[in-house]
Design a protein around this ligand. Sequence first.
Ligand code: SF4
Length: 122
Amino acid sequence: MDECCTCTADPLLIFSCSGGSNVGQIANQAAVELTKKKWGKMFCLAGVGGHIESFIESSKGNRIVVIDGCLVLCAKKIFEHMDLPVSEHIIVTELDIKKNNNFDLDKKDIDRVCDEVKKRLG
Ligand code: SF4
């Protein structure tokens, strides 16, 4: 059986790369904050990347926001491989936030990513 953590299908799904760098974790935390503020619902990228049918089916037909930490674009590439359209794509390093391995995240950086998502969504 395909079990999901807290995700259920919602009209706006937010996926972050959640990578092992500051920008990956800023992407992750921005997705968490946007979910808490009800801009959308964070969904499991690993479920889609793992080709788990229920995750793929739940993603179809919904608006999808993808937040990647850097220009390697891991999250967006998963959607390309799955042939799932992405409505908005945000790249943290394109918001003048440098990639490093400092996991003491700055709330200002998380807010900057959240603001960019909100701006794109109008
Ligand atoms: S997009 Fe960048 S930060 Fe995110 S998982 Fe890939 S390499 Fe890591």
